[in-house]
Ligand binder design. Structure first.
Ligand SMILES: CC(C)(COP(=O)(O)OP(=O)(O)OC[C@H]1O[C@@H](n2cnc3c(N)ncnc32)[C@H](O)[C@@H]1OP(=O)(O)O)[C@@H](O)C(=O)NCCC(=O)NCCS
Length: 159
């Protein structure tokens, strides 16, 4: 598959809102106690011709860049890793020292993916998803493979 990655543009924001709602059950996500609206953030889109095949959104604060969401709409073909590298390059140019993100204990696929890309777990927040559910009741109780979603894992890669 040949796809191209480009920055998010203002005209993307309506479909990003819809995509996030479809993939993450609401137009906002909650991580480390913070509510984020991906459609309002900077990001990168992976396009194959006229079709969107992936989206990553991020936020730079000080010397740290957080990947807020990442979605590969076709999996196992390099879309996710290409989006991570696009954010990495952007963060590096912005002078960041750290690229980080939050995932959940059930998401073994994402954990294997980030492990392969050189991210390391720097914190495990037990029960953090139970807290997040108070802000976002649509977070499912049970995740991939029937695993209860309870904890947040913070992963980072030094830049
Ligand atoms: C996680 C996700 C972004 C990965 O995107 P992807 O495009 O499928 O990943 P890539 O094709 O770039 O894979 C990169 C590497 O990750 C590893 N990987 C990907 N999926 C894997 C899996 N299911 N099991 C083990 N390793 C996996 C592979 O080793 C791969 O390297 P390789 O190509 O040398 O084999 C994608 O599965 C996704 O959108 N998941 C749903 C949303 C989500 O959970 N986002 C992350 C929330 S924090």
């Amino acid at each position: 598959m040949t796809f191209e990655v480009r920055p998010v543009r203002d005209e993307d924001r309506d479909w990003i809102r819809d995509l996030i709602e479809e993939r993450w059950a609401d137009e906002f996500v909650v991580g480390h106690g913070v509510v984020s609206r991906p459609a309002e953030l900077d990001g990168f889109v992976a396009m194959e011709g006229v079709d969107v095949v992936g989206l990553a959104t991020y936020r730079i604060e000080g010397a740290a860049c957080e990947i807020v969401t990442i979605d590969a709409l076709v999996e196992g073909r390099g879309v996710g890793s290409t989006l991570v590298e696009a954010v990495h390059e952007r963060a590096h140019r912005a002078g960041c020292a750290r690229l980080w993100l939050v995932t959940t204990n059930d998401n073994e696929r994402a954990q294997a993916f980030y492990d392969k890309l050189g991210f390391r777990v720097v914190a495990v927040r037990e029960g953090a998803v139970d807290e997040a559910r108070k802000l976002k009741p649509s977070i499912p109780l049970i995740g991939a493979g029937g695993i209860p979603i309870t904890d947040e894992l913070e992963l980072e890669r030094r830049l």
